[in-house]
Design a protein around this ligand. Structure first.
Ligand SMILES: Cc1cc2nc3c(=O)[nH]c(=O)nc-3n(C[C@H](O)[C@H](O)[C@H](O)COP(=O)(O)OP(=O)(O)OC[C@H]3O[C@@H](n4cnc5c(N)ncnc54)[C@H](O)[C@@H]3O)c2cc1C
Length: 454
């Protein structure tokens, strides 16, 4: 083995696993340290009674290519499944109301559906229309999503449509979230066309002849769940240490929690955000680790199909003002038909972060009972066949206003630490393809550095 290719990867989530794969492809000998008893991190697929249960992420954005390329390289492309689409709903003013046709990420792009929708008052609709004439809001300095959208489209559209949709992706609140780091595409659109409505309209491809809208889902997943991807990446690791926490990393050296140390040519950090600061002991890393992270609890509930109100569509988000503890409900069996056996239904509900502290110590049974009571305020469901509760504590990094500067400062500082790279959800995007992208780039930097030292 070439000593220069001896690489340690810290953290066995999708980022670390992808890094292991790319490093192995480049000829490295890969050692992985993972503090928990399993690899996969937030990706966790469980099988029960013919159901495929995704306890963490359930799919990824198809338009970001790196993950699909990785899946293809692994020979899993035949197992790719595309999400089904259909009507989406918003629970607002005590009722499930259809999202106006043509809305893209909460931005209306079609005139008549917007005119006819009962989601907003006339005043709200007219205010949203002012987007067509308002000047640009982003002037080169980072602002919150809340400021951006409220100024462009008005409060009603933000509170009833944009906030429930977009805040769910990061499990955060729009007034904390940086537009530069979360949805920079809206800046690009505004710079180009000034109006968001016109810009989004221009970007939305017309439905192709022969393609039914139900087939045009934007997300991909794997037939047997995303856990299959993790297992396909496992052979890239030469030495895997689970239940092995890394305490610190210095140039070329890893120190474990039990005090043992080992040297490597390169070290790639792919841990959860909160671990970066303590491991590196750098002020800039501490800053990232201290950034707000939110928690959520998800509850999967399996039913006989007749026990669930029959609505067309893939689920709904819930406006904050409704005071419900749930933020969203996905009809998984409709979005992903492979996840439930025939004539069965699978629902996944998300409990909002403000309810999590009180529920954390409660039993799974109590949490599931609470979630079902909240759910029944919105839609009919009978008695579940089973439920599965998953706690996601402090896991979702919040890209607050100014996030890019913190990341830049951290990366500049890290570049002074010989042989150490970092990647993962805390830096340049929380989506699975973003994580894979950042892993690929970290390995490329490592390899480029090694080429120089050779
Ligand atoms: C409920 C939920 C649903 C989501 N849904 C989607 C979705 O549908 N689509 C999508 O694209 N994204 C989704 N995301 C986001 C996405 O899942 C995450 O951003 C991504 O999985 C993060 O991967 P990661 O490898 O960077 O981090 P993680 O998965 O958190 O992995 C980090 C690993 O590092 C380990 N570790 C931490 N500290 C140490 C240490 N000191 N020593 C050794 N090991 C350590 C941890 O145990 C963990 O295994 C979702 C997130 C959540 C929470």
């Amino acid at each position: 083995m070439n000593r220069l290719n001896n690489i340690a990867i810290i953290g066995g989530g999708i980022t670390g696993m992808a890094a292991a794969y790319y490093a192995k492809q480049a000829g490295a000998h890969v050692t992985m340290y993972e503090s928990s008893d399993r690899i996969g991190g937030k990706i966790k697929t469980v099988y029960r009674d013919g159901f495929v249960l995704e306890c963490g992420p359930d799919g990824y954005m198809a338009r970001k290519p790196t993950l699909t390329e990785l899946i293809t390289e692994l020979g899993l492309d035949d197992d790719l499944v595309r999400s089904m689409t259909g009507t989406s709903y918003i629970y607002v003013r005590n009722q499930l109301r259809q999202m106006p046709a043509g809305s893209v990420m909460g931005i209306p792009t079609k005139f008549w559906p917007m005119v006819k929708t009962d989601l907003f008052t006339w005043r709200g609709k007219l205010r949203a229309g002012m987007d067509l004439v308002l000047p640009r809001v982003y002037t080169g300095t980072d602002i919150s999503l809340d400021t951006f959208f409220r100024t462009r489209l008005g409060s009603e559209v933000v509170e009833a449509m944009i906030e429930p949709l977009l805040s769910g992706i990061y499990n955060g609140t729009l007034d904390d979230m940086s537009i530069e780091s979360t949805f920079p595409q809206f800046i690009t659109i505004e710079q180009k066309t000034r109006s968001l409505i016109l810009g989004m309209k221009a970007l939305t491809p017309p439905v192709q002849a022969g393609v039914k809208p139900r087939e045009a889902g934007k997300f991909l997943s794997l037939q047997q769940g995303l856990g299959v991807l993790i297992e396909a990446l496992r052979p890239s690791i030469d030495r895997l240490y689970t239940e092995t926490k890394v305490a610190s990393v210095r140039a070329h050296e890893v120190t474990l929690a039990d005090g043992t140390t080992e040297s490597f040519d390169s070290i790639i950090l792919a841990t959860s955000p909160n671990a970066l600061g303590p491991i590196l002991g750098l002020q800039e890393a501490e800053k990232l680790s201290e950034l707000k992270r939110t928690s959520s609890i998800t509850v999967l509930a399996a039913f006989d199909e007749k026990e669930v109100a029959a609505l067309d569509g893939t689920g709904y988000v819930i406006a904050k003002a409704e005071g419900n503890a749930l933020t969203a409900c996905s009809w998984m069996h409709k979005k992903w038909p492979h996840m439930a056996p025939k004539h069965k239904a699978l629902l996944r509900v998300y409990i909002g972060s403000e309810y999590v502290p009180d529920l954390l110590a409660k039993s799974d049974e109590t949490i599931a009972g609470f979630a079902l009571r909240e759910l029944r305020k919105i839609q009919h469901v009978g008695t579940p066949i089973f439920t599965k509760v998953e706690r996601h504590i402090d896991t979702m990094p919040q890209y607050e206003v100014g996030h890019k500067q913190y990341v830049r400062a951290f990366e500049e500082r890290l570049s002074t630490l010989d042989g150490v790279e970092a990647c993962g959800a805390i830096l340049h995007g929380v989506g699975l393809p973003d994580c894979v992208d950042s892993a690929k780039q970290a390995v490329a930097r490592v390899m480029a550095g090694q080429a120089v030292s050779v």
